[in-house]
Design a binder for this molecule. Sequence first.
Ligand code: ATP
Length: 313
Amino acid sequence: MAKKEISIIGAGVVDILVGAVDEKIFSRSSTPVEFIKMSFGGDALNEAIVLSRLGKKVQWINKVGDDDAGKRILNYATENGVDISDVKIETGLATGASVVLIDATGERRFITNKGSSLRKLSEEDILPHVDGMGEIVCLASMFVSPLLDIAATERIFKRIKSKPRILAFDATRAKNGETLKDLAKILSCADCFFPNEAELATLTGETDVYKNISALLDCGLKCAVVKRGGKGCIIATKSAQIEIPACRVEKVVDTTGAGDCFAAGFLYALSEGWQLEECGRFACAAASCSVEEVGAVAGVTSLEKVLRRYHKF
Ligand code: ATP
């Protein structure tokens, strides 16, 4: 396998999408619905797929079970050109899967398997692969596996940064009341952090995005990249703050995975050596392709498509 440029660590799952359902499904023995569809998700897997479609040599690091869902995820990643040689296949482990019940308004409810691979990723699954990682590394799924707590993440980040690399991370909403103060040691190791505005407010207890960005930088983070949905993003370092509007789209169809496509776009541009403002514009262009199609990564089909939008910005 060719040398990896970018390594993405974290979640990958199988989703079974079911819709439209109503709250009365348990009062009937059978409910015919318009669609039952299998798809793939998880923020790290989404990011890796998009980066591969943009032409990068990318690897995904995680673990799956030796079950049907695990095989399907690995096939999907391989078919999309993602290097899976450092994905561990664990005997007897259930691979992360969700049944996604979608109501008539598009609102989603998730049913997940508790003890699955999603919640079993640990330091031991990641550390052996650090030496072979690319020059850009992203932990896409902070707060997803309880085994990857802040202390473990700090040890992993320090190992990754023992070589000259760009280290980025993204997080879901903090699950155990973690605060920005708790994250200070990992923020000081990282080059980029990609929270959305609401996740960041949960960490600080403060809603003012500008104060929150200052707090991130005060912790030693080099570059804060805050995603703001239809408002675009703010990129900030100690010496600059850049606000970038979202790319205008014909119609917003499904925003699932927009943040993952944004992060992948940003990492793509960083690996090309672009300036931060260009990275933000390219990230917004990639994310805008995603929101126009159903499914997290369906809209990001090629580098050319994202570049056309980026140049029209
Ligand atoms: P998700 O969790 O759904 O993956 P997120 O909450 O991490 O997303 P968002 O802030 O919702 O991230 O969106 C990421 C990026 O997607 C935004 O910075 C923006 O560039 C783009 N985006 C989101 N919503 C829209 C929209 N309505 N129109 C155009 N672009 C959008």
